[in-house]
Design a protein around this ligand. Structure first.
Ligand SMILES: [Zn+2]
Length: 143
């Protein structure tokens, strides 16, 4: 059973309190944003249908291409300044630079994709986006 804190709001009645930063940290670790215990992924980039511990449904997420765009921005801001620094200060042969930057970019991108996707899914959950708001239409949440 979930140990999540319930808070009262005038608009929606008793709802589960969702902390964005806690959810982001759990998502970065590939864990369920709700309980932090169950696995968020069943494969490299395939989210599980639901949490094995608390039963949170992950199917409403709509991460789409956002994790890939964020990884491009992050890795680009790491590799391009490094390449510019090395080129301006040492000017090594192009073949040597390519043999370093290409694998570095690939490894960094693959390493960041799953954590970033987990964070995106967790953010959507914390902000009750795309069907993650399970408050029923009658305003009476299940106990
Ligand atoms: Zn869970």
């Amino acid at each position: 059973m979930s140990t999540a804190t319930k808070v009262w709001t005038r608009e929606s009645g008793l709802v589960e309190k969702r902390d964005v930063w806690t959810a982001l940290k759990r998502g970065l670790r590939g864990r369920c944003p709700r309980c932090g215990e169950g696995k968020l992924f069943r494969a490299f980039l395939k989210t599980a249908d639901s949490c094995s511990v608390c039963g949170q449904d992950f199917t409403p997420h709509r991460a789409d291409d956002l994790p890939a765009y964020l990884v491009i921005v992050i890795v680009g801001h790491l590799v391009v300044p490094l390449a510019l620094f090395i080129e301006t200060n040492y000017a090594p042969p192009v073949a040597l630079q390519l043999s370093i930057y290409m694998p570095l970019t690939l490894v960094c991108s693959l390493a960041l994709l799953q954590p970033v996707k987990g964070a995106v899914v967790a953010l959507q959950w914390a902000l009750r986006m795309h069907g993650f708001d399970e408050t029923p239409a009658d305003g009476i949440p299940p106990v």
